[in-house]
Design a protein around this ligand. Sequence first.
Ligand code: SAM
Ligand code: SF4
Length: 335
Amino acid sequence: MSKTSNILVDSMGRNHNYLRISLTEKCNLRCTYCMPEQGVPLTPSAQLMTADEIYQIAKIFVRHGVTKIRLTGGEPLVRKDFKEIVEKLATLGTSMALTTNAVLIDRFLPTLKAASIQKINVSLDTLRSERFQKITLKATFEAVQQNIDRLLQEGFELKLNVVLLKGVNDDEIIDFIKLTKSKPLSVRFIEFMPFDGNRWDRSRTVSLEEILACATEVFTTDEIHRLENVPNDTSKNFSIRGYQGDFGVISTVTNPFCDSCNRLRLTANGRLRNCLFSEQESDLLTAYRNGQPIDPIIQKAVRLKFALRAGLDTPQKFEDPAHHRKNRSMITIGG
Ligand code: SAM
Ligand code: SF4
C-alpha cells in the first residue's frame, strides 16, 4: 500500500509513520508507577475498538504512510482476540512490534512468528523476585524470567524496559547492564514520567545523567562505548566493550527527543493522541462508527501537535501536578 497524502506530516515537518495501538485498558499486573492505586474506571467494552475496527482504522493510517505498528496496552496479551487482531494487522504489510509484560507470552509465540513480529519490548523493572512483587503487586517474576529466556532462544529481538524509581530499584542499574554481558538484549532505562494517579515527583525520577554517572563508577570510559543513534531513536544508547547486548536511556523528563518524534497513539477506545502528554484526544471510533471519514480528524490532530511534550516546554509546566491530573493514567494511554 503506498502513501497517498501527507496528512501525517505536522506543522514542524515531522512525518508520523509509526502508530502505537493500545489493545486494552486491562492488565494482569499492577505496576505502581503505571496503574493508580485505586485502579482505573474501565471503558465499557461496547465503546472499545473491536478487532475489525482496529484493523479498519489502522488500514487508513497505513494508506497515509504508516509503516510501523506497535501493539501495547494495558497488557495487550490479556485481550481474548489478540491472535485475531495480529492476524488481521499482519495483512497490512507494515513492520509490527509488541510491548508486553511477558507474563503470558509463551502462549503466543506461534502467532507472533506467523505475523513476523520479531521486535518485542518486555517490561521488567527488577531482577529480584521479592522486589518484582512489590512493584507489580503480583508474583509472576519466575514466569517472566523463563519467558525472556524463551524469547531469546527462539531468536526474537528483545528490549527490556526498566522504569527506574529512586530508592526502589536504582541500585540495580549495574546488574541490568551486566545482564547484557551474556544475553543479546537491549536494556532501556526509562525515566519515570508523570501521569494521572501515579504520584510522580521529580525527585523520584532517576535521570540520564545519574544513570551514566552510576555506570562510570563501575566501567571505565574506555569500556563504555556510545552507539550511534538511528533515525527517530528515543534512547541514547551504549554498550560495554565485549558484551553481547547494549543499554540505553529514554530521557523524556530530562532530555526530551520531540524534534524527531514520528509517533501517534491510538487508545483502546479509539481516541487518537498526538503526544503521550497531550490533554487533547480526537475521537476516531465514534466518527468511524457513524460512517464519517476519519482522515480530516487525523489531519487536524497531527497539525495541532506541539513542538515539545504537548506544550509542556519548561520544567515548571512539566512538573505541575495540575497537568498530570488532566492527562490519562499510563495504563489507559498505551505506553
Ligand atoms: N503492559 C505492557 C508493558 O508493561 O510492557 C504494555 C503497556 S505499558 C503502559 C508500556 C510501557 O510504559 C512499559 O514499559 C512501562 O514500564 C512504561 N511505563 C508505564 N508507566 C510509566 C511511567 N510513569 N513512566 C515511564 N514509563 C512508564
Ligand atoms: Fe500493566 Fe504494563 Fe502498566 Fe505494568 S506497566 S501495570 S504491566 S500496563
